[in-house]
Each structure stands twice: as structure tokens, then as C-alpha cells.
Write a protein that binds this ligand. Structure first.
Ligand SMILES: Cc1ncc(COP(=O)(O)O)c(C=O)c1O
Length: 441
């Protein structure tokens, strides 16, 4: 469905952060309210039957819409002003023609795949991906008759090209190459431009889950991706108080994704859309602060003797990863995974049980720092052998860095890591002492 909500004038050339408080909304349509109200309604009254007829003709594509008139509102499964405004604002960050908001990241991903991958064809996806996405791709889609194949995140595009050729030869052509970059939880980067080129050569779409870097540090559409998807539950929502998803892309693909959203009923509700509007106003502030904190925490973890490995897009383990980072990322984000040296699940659990400021919870991208154990939590539905292959070990811990003072986060980790060594009592760490000196509001 084409967007025709009123735009405030003279916004051309302005940056997304400047427009997050106004774009796509005219106060005079809502009693002059500076903030858009929550349009908490399931249905919209028509002026008369003729208007209702026109609205439906337009919604079902029976009539060309008048591009100068605001979109007819019908029913909140089809459209709603809060969804419309938030979609306009989301388009700005990713420079997308169209976007659609969903009830969750999983609703966004599953609706897009159902809309764009005919049953009997195939999807090729990178591992690791978030556990729910993995389950959808590895179990549910094959149960429905879609062939799926996996490749390791960070692979050279020519490896994927070989898979696409095999799938074509087998009569199950690939319609979508799907990956997260950075991947959750190993933060491995995958080459968007390279994968998009290969996908397009073989008639497939390139779809990128950009949840971990958000639109601030990576804009996949600019590198040739056809669709970008988000769990907006994470950095876009940013306060751990809503569950939402987003898909963005060109108008043609998005009209099909939106049709499926309407029919499957996987749209976002007006209240969550309104919360997301609130969140987008501070997206740049929050993400910048979390990123700066994460750079400090990652550097500290990398020096810690009880930690054998730190996964963070700020540290690139190979020249290919470095090349990809330089080409498509403008910052490392704020998700770090790390592995405890000579340890397993018991030691990882000890650290998780010992943090005081950081919360033991799944999810990421909120204002508060969260810590979790991928092998038994977010990625528990991936079989142990596959986990090991993709680098998820029992000693791996994932940390989403929030906007607290970085010295307090480091002090919390330091006292938690001290529990690993029975002989070492948890102490007020040196990081905490350092923070007392440097602490200024
Ligand atoms: C990278 C990534 N994509 C998608 C999802 C699914 O999002 P949601 O929980 O909003 O359905 C998650 C959830 O953790 C995720 O981390």
C-alpha cells in the first residue's frame, strides 16, 4: 500500500536524527498535539459509503490511488496512523522507499520469507543466526516444502554461488540469500555487496538482518541488499519495553510483504508503534553512548587473563573481516561475546550469577546492559554439534552493553570474574577505584 501521509515542509537534506521528532506527522490533524497521539482503535469511521467504496478499491488495488490525498484509513490490520508515521521515520535511517512494522522481529522475518520464497524453491542462509531464525529456516520451512541450505557466516561469496548453482541444477532454485551481519552471537561480518551480487546473478534476493548494528552503523540497502530486517525489540526500541520488527526495501517488494502482513495479521499494534516513535527520537544518542561504552569494555575484556577470546566488530580477526568492516560498517555497535579461558558451562554460569549491575537476561540493545549464555539460552535450539561448528561454546558469554557509566560496567565484570577463582575473594576492583577518580557526571 503506497504511503501518502502528510509531510512537514522543507525537510530536504536534513539528517534523520533531526527529523525523528516531526517527520510524517502534521499536528493540525490531531488538535495541534506536538506528539502524535496513540490511535488506539481497531477501525476507522468513513464519511459516507462512497468514501468506503473508494478506500477498499484502493486497498485491493482495483483503483489507482490519488497521490495527493492522504491514505484512506480502514482497519488497523491494514493501516493505522501510528504505524504509518513510524514507518516514514524508519525509512529515513536506511534511505528506504518503504517499510513495514511487525509484531516482532520474527514476524518480520517469517512474513517476508513467506511472501517472497515460493514453496518448492529454496533459501540459503548463514549460520549463526538468532536461534528463532535458525529454527524457522532449518526446521519449519523444510517442513512446509521449502529447501534450505546453510553456509558459515563470513564466507566468500563464491562459496555461496556454488550452492546456488547446485540448487538450480537440482530444480529448487534459490529465491533468497539470508544472513545477519554481524552474526549473533559471534559478531562475524558477511560481505553484503558480494552476496547481493551473487544472489542477483541467480535470480535470488539478498536479505540482511541488521539488528546488531542498527541503521546507525550499517545500511545494507546502500550495499545492494534488497531487504533489510530488524528486531526493533533491540536498538530501535532500545528500552526493553516493547517487542517489534521492521522490514525495509523498494516499493515493489514491500507491497508484497505488506499484503502478506495484512493477510497473516503480523502487524505491530498502535501502542507499540507509538513507543517506537518515542524510541527513535533518541536512537542516535543511545546507540552512540552504548557503542562508546562497548569499545571500552571490549578493550578491557581483551586484556583480562581469564578471558581467552573476545568477539566484537571492533576487533577484526582476518584481513577479509577487516575489508568487509571498512566497506560496509561505520561503527562496531555494542554487542560483545567472550569466552572464558579453560572453562565450560559451570564457570560461565558462575560469572552470570555474580554480576550485580548487569542483568542476567536475553535480548540486547536496551539502555541497560544484559548478559546471557548463548549455548543454553538464545541459541539453545541449535544442536550442540552445530553450535560448536559455528563457534558457540559452553564457555561463551554474550554481553549487550548499555548506557551506564563504562567504569561501573567494568567494575561489575571484574568482581564477577573474580568468582571464577575460589581463592580470590570478590573485591572492589581496580576499575572501580579508577572510576571513582575519573567520575564526573
Ligand atoms: C539478530 C536477531 N534477529 C531477530 C531476532 C528476533 O526478534 P524478536 O525477538 O523481536 O522477534 C532476534 C532476537 O533476539 C535477533 O537477535
Amino acid at each position: 500500500m503506497k504511503k501518502r501521509s502528510p509531510m512537514p515542509p522543507d525537510t530536504k537534506g536534513m539528517r534523520p536524527e533531526s527529523l525523528m521528532m516531526s517527520y510524517g506527522y502534521l499536528p493540525e490533524l490531531s488538535e495541534g498535539a506536538v506528539k502524535p497521539p496513540i490511535f488506539q482503535t481497531s477501525t476507522f469511521a468513513f464519511k459516507n459509503a462512497q468514501q468506503a467504496k473508494e478506500a477498499f478499491a484502493e486497498a485491493y488495488g482495483l483503483e489507482e490511488p490519488d497521490p495527493l490525498r492522504p491514505l484512506h484509513l480502514i482497519y488497523s490490520r491494514l493501516n493505522n496512523p501510528d504505524l504509518d508515521i513510524v514507518e516514514h521515520r524508519l525509512n529515513l535511517w536506511d534511505r528506504a522507499e518503504e517499510s513495514a512494522v511487525f509484531a516482532s522481529g520474527m514476524a518480520a522475518i517469517s512474513t517476508s520469507i513467506l511472501a517472497l520464497v515460493p514453496i518448492g524453491s529454496s533459501v540459503v542462509f548463514a549460520r549463526p543466526v538468532y536461534g528463532g531464525t535458525d529454527y524457522l529456516l532449518a526446521i519449519i520451512l523444510p517442513e512446509m516444502g521449502t529447501v534450505t541450505r546453510e553456509f558459515p557466516a563470513g564466507s566468500e561469496p563464491r562459496l555461496v554461488e556454488g550452492m546456488l548453482e547446485e540448487l538450480e541444477a537440482a530444480g529448487t532454485p534459490c529465491k533468497m540469500v539470508f544472513f545477519e551481519t554481524p552474526a549473533n552471537p559471534t559478531t562475524t561480518l558477511t560481505d553484503i555487496a558480494g552476496m547481493a551480487e551473487v544472489a542477483h546473478r541467480h535470480g535470488a534476493l539478498c536479505v540482511v538482518d541488521n539488528t546488531l548494528l542498527g541503521p546507525l552503523y550499517q545500511q545494507p540497502l546502500r550495499h545492494g541488499a534488497d531487504l533489510v530486517v530488524y528486531s526493533a525489540t533491540k536498538y530501535l526500541g532500545g528500552h526493553s519495553d516493547l517487542v517489534a520488527g521492521v522490514v525495509l526495501g523498494c516499493a515493489e517488494l514491500m507491497s508484497r510483504v505488506k499484503l502478506y502482513r495484512t493477510i497473516l495479521g503480523s502487524m505491530l499494534d498502535p501502542h507499540s508503534a507509538w513507543l517506537l516513535l518515542r524510541s527513535l527520537e533518541t536512537a542516535k544518542l543511545r546507540m552512540t553512548c552504548a557503542r562508546k561504552n562497548a569499545e571500552k569494555v571490549a578493550a578491557w575484556l581483551a586484556e583480562h587473563p581469564k578471558i581467552s577470546k573476545v568477539y566484537f566488530p571492533g576487533f577484526r580477526p582476518s584481513s577479509f573481516q577487516e575489508e568487509i568492516y571498512q566497506r560496509q560498517c561505520s561503527g562496531p555497535g555494542a554487542l560483545i561475546s567472550f569466552e572464558l579461558a579453560n572453562s565450560g558451562e559451570a564457570e560461565a554460569f558462575r560469572v552470570l550469577d555474580s554480576v550485580r549491575l548487569i542483568k542476567l537476561a536475553v535480548s540486547l540493545g536496551g539502555t541497560e546492559s544484559l548478559i546471557e549464555h548463548p549455548a543454553t539460552m538464545t541459541h539453545a535450539d541449535i544442536p550442540a554439534e552445530s553450535q560448536r561448528k559455528i563457534g558457540i561454546t559452553p564457555a561463551m558469554i554474550r554481553l549487550s552493553v548499555g548506557i551506564e557509566h563504562p567504569a561501573d560496567l567494568i567494575a561489575d565484570l571484574e568482581q564477577a570474574l573474580a568468582y571464577l577463582d575460589e581463592a580470590v575473594a570478590p573485591t572492589v576492583g581496580s576499575a572501580q577505584l579508577a572510576s571513582a577518580k575519573e567520575d564526573a557526571p
